[in-house]
Write a protein that binds this ligand. Sequence first.
Ligand SMILES: Nc1ncnc2c1ncn2[C@@H]1O[C@H](COP(=O)(O)OP(=O)(O)O)[C@@H](O)[C@H]1O
Ligand SMILES: Nc1ccn([C@@H]2O[C@H](COP(=O)(O)OP(=O)(O)O)[C@@H](O)[C@H]2O)c(=O)n1
Length: 208
Amino acid sequence: MVIAIDGPAASGKGTLARRLAAYYGLPHLDTGLLYRAVGAIVLAQGRLQDEAAAVEAARTLDVAALDPDTLRTAELGEAASVVAARGGVRAALLDLQHRFAAQPGGAVLDGRDIGTVICPKAQAKLFVTATPEVRAERRHRELIGRGEDIAYAAVLADIRKRDERDSARAAAPLVQADDAVLLDTSALDIAQAFEAALAIVEARRRGS
Ligand SMILES: Nc1ncnc2c1ncn2[C@@H]1O[C@H](COP(=O)(O)OP(=O)(O)O)[C@@H](O)[C@H]1O
Ligand SMILES: Nc1ccn([C@@H]2O[C@H](COP(=O)(O)OP(=O)(O)O)[C@@H](O)[C@H]2O)c(=O)n1
């Protein structure tokens, strides 16, 4: 079974994807890390706005070396969103995502375009969301916990800006797939959100 999970920044996609993957014994790919890693490379080169450099970084990305701890910063979330708007970058990352999804038994992938572009035939699709304020609170707590010195207002502004850029871009914009089920986690804790996500996936598995 392939489970596709999309949604805006800090909605809880990754948390649900990891839990569903553990529950079903499936491999999980956080596709945001791919774009964050490309962003990190071109940022270090001082070439964030250079499309050719970003495409080259995407083509030569060492997926085995991705380090979530260093990639999940506010700065790299923003850089990821800049390089992710480049069609050439997205094209360069297509094949590895397709191969990941095609593993025997299936996989769980989370991102922005999994249900629409990467795995349009996924058996179960979730579009996970929450209000910008709730998402900013959660992300702020997470970043502070990682030792980042950042204000709530800055996190909220970053989330709004990134959502806008991700939704407005021409290449694989953030949009709910027609056959995805919407899950608003604003009023749900992690355990409740997982129960709701599991119910959605189980309903799809049973074909209802
Ligand atoms: N339903 C929830 N209630 C409270 N906190 C949550 C919930 N879902 C996720 N979180 C927390 O919010 C932060 C962002 O969640 P994450 O799964 O990384 O989101 P995304 O992958 O959409 O960016 C994490 O610190 C996570 O532990
Ligand atoms: N499948 C994906 C995953 C991420 N991205 C981009 O990468 C950025 C970072 O993604 P992420 O999932 O790590 O970000 P968060 O939702 O965790 O904040 C997003 O803002 C998108 O611009 C994308 O375009 N397509």
